[in-house]
Design a protein around this ligand. Structure first.
Ligand code: HEM
Length: 413
């Protein structure tokens, strides 16, 4: 739309300089004070089809309202990023569950839900524990490592690959592709998101066809055979779904675990509490998710003229729900800049605003974070930073490249 009637904030949130140190919390706070719903003009480089800008929401209540109402606010119409083609193309986002609206979304989600029940997570606990043990064993005797390369990267990668049934030899490729898809902010990425999506999609179609011929005990087989209300998902939908599981499940958990450990290192009194009382770790995982806010925003598009937080918005307007801002909104989280592993009943929006797209892998993510933090604190209790934490400035998904750490060497287990 053009000429929005409302507060224009003159902030270009596609300018990565705002994100050099993570989410721009100070900017979000200023906006919340001045105009909780504010308009940013589109940068000149965006094509006209993207419209002339986007609304920014920084209050938890407004964000929850939008994310919970997929009739008024669509994921399909304009995708989930600014601009809509950031992760390749709008069409490729629509091929994934996250870029669909009901009824297509509801049908796909039903299929995948069967694989992510609490019972399945309980069954997975042993294999997550084993994966954590292995990655720590690789470095425990050396007394130092790059936490991202050695621990927080390989763990989620093997978990999702195990679940889907991706053979060992293919994992590095898949990781490279999904890294390029979700890391679209990274100017050093060796591949464009569109190329990466095309290659990942070819691969998934091939793997899916193999499993159709020779079923195995993995998610690619289960989803390939599943029927929803009498219909099978198309091969194209299945490929989109597999890519999405990989893309959604690896980089998010990798960055949350690394930044969560960094937070514990930088708040030694909080880490001490967890070392002394590991029973606090499940609650700490919630606080870490809130604190890190690895997914900064999700975009929606208004399907009709409507109002949010007292602001008129028009049909077709892009609305950016800054979940990272919600996680520092004092009306939602008391004393939000206090990192407190004992925070009780910490509700946060790290996994979404509570709508129908709410993270489908949150129980797996929680399980991985809990078991990894438990073992790291037990086996590497004095872990310290051993160099700068390297991040690629990113406005959508935080991207941690490396985090050098040192610790007293220990024994393999
Ligand atoms: C700390 C780790 C993670 C974080 C912070 C995270 C965050 C999110 C967020 C913010 C959304 C969008 C929610 C919305 O639009 O309402 C989402 C969706 C999704 N996530 Fe996660 N995620 C994580 C881990 C995982 C894992 C491990 C998996 C699975 C392997 C996964 C699978 C998905 C899927 C499939 C969706 C799309 C759901 C839908 O559209 O219905 N995520 N996640």
């Amino acid at each position: 739309m053009s000429n929005p009637a409302g507060y224009r904030n003159d902030i270009d949130f596609s300018d990565m300089r705002h994100f050099a140190d993570g989410p721009p919390y100070a900017l979000f706070d200023q906006l919340r004070e001045r105009a909780p719903v504010s308009w940013s003009d589109a940068p000149a480089a965006w094509p006209a089809a993207e419209g002339s800008g986007y609304w920014n929401l920084v209050c938890a209540a407004d964000i929850a309202e939008v994310m919970r109402d997929s009739e008024r606010f669509s994921s399909w119409r304009g995708g989930i990023t600014i601009p809509s083609y950031a992760v390749g193309s709008l069409e490729s986002v629509r091929a994934m569950m996250i870029g669909k609206d009901p009824p297509e979304h509801t049908a796909q989600r039903k299929v995948v839900m069967t694989a992510f029940t609490q019972r399945q997570m309980t069954e997975l606990e042993g294999s997550v524990r084993e994966n954590v043990r292995k990655v720590i064993n690789e470095v425990i005797e050396t007394g130092h490592c790059d936490f991202v390369a050695a621990i927080s990267g390989p763990l989620p990668m093997s978990m999702v690959a195990d679940l889907l049934g991706v053979p060992e030899d293919d994992r590095a490729d898949l990781f490279r592709w999904t890294d390029a898809i979700v890391g679209f902010n990274d100017p050093d990425s060796p591949m464009s998101p569109a190329d990466a999506l095309a290659q990942a999609s070819d691969y998934m179609v091939k793997l899916d066809a193999e499993r159709q011929r020779e079923p195995r005990d993995d998610l690619v087989t289960v989803i390939g055979q599943a029927e929803v209300d009498g219909h099978r998902l198309s091969a194209e939908d299945r490929a989109g779904l597999f890519i999405q599981l990989f893309a959604a499940g690896v980089d998010t958990t990798r960055a949350t675990l690394a930044l969560g450990m960094e937070a514990l290192i930088r708040h030694p009194e909080q880490r001490r509490k967890l070392i002394d009382r590991p029973d606090l770790i499940p609650a700490a995982v919630e606080e870490i998710n809130r604190w890190v806010s690895v997914v900064l925003y999700m975009k929606r598009t208004a399907t009709r003229d409507t109002e949010i937080g007292g602001q008129r918005v028009r049909e077709g307007d892009a609305i950016v729900c800054w979940q990272a801002a919600a996680n520092r909104d004092p009306a939602f989280i008391p004393d939000p800049y206090r990192f407190d592993v004992e925070r009780r009943g910490c509700s946060h929006m790290a996994f979404g605003g509570g709508g129908r797209h709410i993270c489908l892998g949150s129980s797996l993510a929680r399980l991985e974070l809990r078991l990894a933090i438990e073992q790291v604190l037990r086996r590497m209790p004095d872990m310290a930073l051993d160099g700068p934490v390297l991040r690629t400035p990113a406005n959508w998904l935080q991207n941690i490249k490396s985090m050098p750490v040192r610790f007293t060497p220990g024994r393999r287990e």
